[in-house]
Structures are given as C-alpha cells and as structure tokens.
Design a protein around this ligand. Structure first.
Ligand code: KG4
Ligand code: ZN
Length: 360
C-alpha cells in the first residue's frame, strides 16, 4: 500500500512567489496552491529584474507559505516534508526559497527535498493524470523551451531545445514591437486570429538542421524588419498590417514547434505514453491545435495539464518532492541552490539566457 504523504512545496525561482500543499495517497490532491506574481514590479523594465525579484520573494515568501498552509487546513506539524525549488533560476530568488525551507525543516525536524524546477514541470502530468513513463514533454514558456523524454522520477533526456529565445519571450517581444499589451502571448494570439498568416512569410529557423533544436530570436528580427519596411513605405502600420504581422509570426512559431515535435517523437526509441505540454505558450489555441494533430498522426495521446498547474506554481514542486521521497531519492544535507541545473547532465549546454534567467 502506498503511504500517504503530504508535502509543502515552495517555488521562487523566477517572478512568481508560490507555495502549495499536496497530499498523495491512493488519490493525489492539491490541497492549496498560492501563486503571487510580480508582473507589475517588473513592468517598467521590459523584463524580470533579478534584484527586484529576489527582494520581493524574500518579503513575500513567509506570507505565501502561511496562506498555503491555512488554505490547506494543515498545520506545519501535519505535513511530512518540505520540497523547495533549488534551481535553475534567478539565484537570489532561489536562495530566498531555499533558506526559508531550510529554516522550516530545521524547526520542525521534517525532511527537506531539493527539487529541480524543470523536473517540477516535467513530472506534472503524473500529478494531474497519473501517466506512466516514458512520456515526451514539450516545455514552452517565457523562460523555457525544450523537449524532455521523461523516463523516470530522476531520469530525463533532453532531446532538444531553443538555442536562443523561448517562444513566450518571442511573443512578448513581438507584442512590444507592435505596441500590444503584455504578456504578449494572449494579445498577439487575439490579433493573429483576425489576420492573414501567409502575407508575411517569416523564417522557420533550423528546420534544415537535424534533430529538434529550435531558434526563435531571428523571427523577432524578421518581424522588426517587416514592421520598419511598412513604416518606411507609408509612415506607419494599419490595423490590418498589425494583424497580418501577428498571424505571420504565430504561424512561424506554430510550424517550428509542430515540425520539431514530430521529430522529437521520432527520436523516442520506446513508444511514449503521451505527448505532454506545459508552460504558458501551451495556452495558445493555434499552437495547441497543431500539437494535438502531431500527436494524433503519431498515434500518441496528447495531454496538457490545466494551465494553473503548467505555468509556474508550487504544487508541481511539492509533487516532485513526493515522487522523490517515494522513489527513495535523498537530498544531500549540504545541497546548494543552483542558477543553472540541466535535468539531463549529459546533453550539451543550451546557449543563451532569457529575460527570465538561465534556461539550463
Ligand atoms: O509558463 P509561464 O506562465 O511563465 C514563465 O515563462 O515563467 O509562461 C508565460 C509566457 C509569456 O511569455 C506569455 O506571453 C506566454 O507564456 N503566453 C502565451 C499565451 N499565453 C501566455 N504565448 C502564446 N499564446 C498564448 N495564448
Ligand atoms: Zn517554469
């Protein structure tokens, strides 16, 4: 029989201060999940400012943890352990979370579990749907873009990823270039729905390169050039132009993701139990539709956890902690917070570091 485990999870690696309580017995329940975003604090700077993020986490973590415990109806004495994101991410924020978790563990005598943030995302389909290994996970957000073959609680193979920007970042930059509101994803998607995706044939980078690495920074430059050419030609861009630019951009991102996902599925030696997606970009209906079609063609089920669990949150950290405890994986007492921490230590390092920190 599986022992019921209840963990407190803490996440502070980027611009969300989060805490959650997850209980796993025969069923898994997210008893509470509190996420306090920092968008307004960073808005004026066009990206996450690490020092501002770190200070905000330090100031808010206590309150967020208290709120998560209160909402779960559990006291610290009733939980079985504390899981905390120990990287990768903006180091100031990660340290704030790790220090608080260390303090709580020392004060209560409960085990402390260090969790890789990416493992949290990657293991979420098991929290929501209990799927078995191996499965393919496409992580697409403002900070990450990679294909992970999840073979076990602690066994991940990175099949490929972006070599520069993450797609969410490209959506945000596109919105900025076209004076649309942030976050860019939803506003670019809404404009694109009214535009003609064929008018601006933007590049589909790296399709000629084998494997499933991707690149999105050239796309933003192509969009900038197209916008500037319109401005030079007629002194500005019309509503129609803007919609067509958004549609052309989104079509290019969707094409690249669909084609590279097909390749990633082909690279899986054993048949995956599912194609899973996580991250804010997975909310995009056009991109999602393309991925659903790719999975269907490959005869693999498609799985997208609810958005609140596939964007940054602490329930995924608590769950990853439960998985690690159940698998008997130990956290060394002297573990350190890591700004970079690739899940697959054997894969070559990805280049670049996005506006939300290291892509690991
Ligand atoms: O996973 P997430 O909430 O957070 C981090 O990246 O940390 O992802 C946010 C990203 C933003 O860049 C946002 O523009 C993008 O996801 N996004 C979208 C959509 N909704 C959010 N991108 C494309 N289409 C959308 N509908
Ligand atoms: Zn994340």
């Amino acid at each position: 029989m599986t022992r019921t485990l209840t963990l407190l999870g803490i996440e502070s690696s980027c611009d969300d201060t989060a805490a959650a309580v997850v209980r796993a017995g025969k069923e898994v329940e997210v008893l509470s999940s509190v996420v306090l975003g920092q968008t307004s604090l960073h808005e004026a700077y066009g990206g996450v400012v690490p020092e501002i993020a770190a200070r905000a986490h330090a100031e808010r973590l206590d309150g967020v943890v208290e709120e998560a415990l209160a909402a779960s109806g559990m006291g610290l004495d009733q939980i079985d352990g504390i899981a905390v994101t120990a990287g990768p991410g903006l180091i100031g924020g990660v340290l704030s979370g790790v220090m608080l978790a260390r303090g709580l563990a020392a004060a209560t005598g409960k085990p402390l579990v260090a969790v890789n943030h990416l493992a949290g995302h990657a293991l979420t389909p098991r929290l929501t749907d209990g799927i078995g290994f191996p499965y393919l996970m496409l992580l697409v957000s403002g900070g990450h873009c990679q294909f992970l073959l999840v073979e076990g609680v602690d066994r991940f193979r990175r099949l490929g990823g972006t070599i520069d920007d993450a797609p969410g970042e490209a959506f945000d930059k596109t919105a900025k270039l076209l004076a649309l509101p942030q976050p860019g994803g939803p506003s670019v998607e809404a404009e694109a729905a009214l535009g003609d995706g064929k008018r601006f044939p933007f590049p589909r980078p790296l399709l000629d390169r084998e494997g499933c690495d991707m690149s999105f920074s050239g796309l933003k430059t192509a969009l900038l050039r197209a916008r500037d050419a319109l401005v030079a030609e007629k002194g500005g861009i019309t509503v129609r132009d803007r919609r067509d630019l958004c549609a052309g951009f989104q079509a290019a991102v969707a094409d690249v993701l669909a084609i590279k996902t097909t390749r990633a599925l082909e690279l899986c030696e054993a048949r995956p139990t599912a194609l899973c997606v996580a991250g804010g970009v997975a909310a995009n209906q056009v991109i999602r539709g393309r991925l659903v079609a790719v999975a269907e063609r490959a005869g693999v089920p498609f799985l997208a956890p609810p958005l609140r669990l596939c964007t940054d949150n602490a329930a995924m950290i608590a769950w990853a902690g439960i998985e690690r405890l159940r698998a008997g994986l130990e956290t060394p007492p002297g573990f350190v917070a890591r700004p970079r921490w690739p899940l697959d230590e054997t894969a070559p390092a990805l280049l670049g570091s996005g506006k939300k920190g290291a892509k690991a």
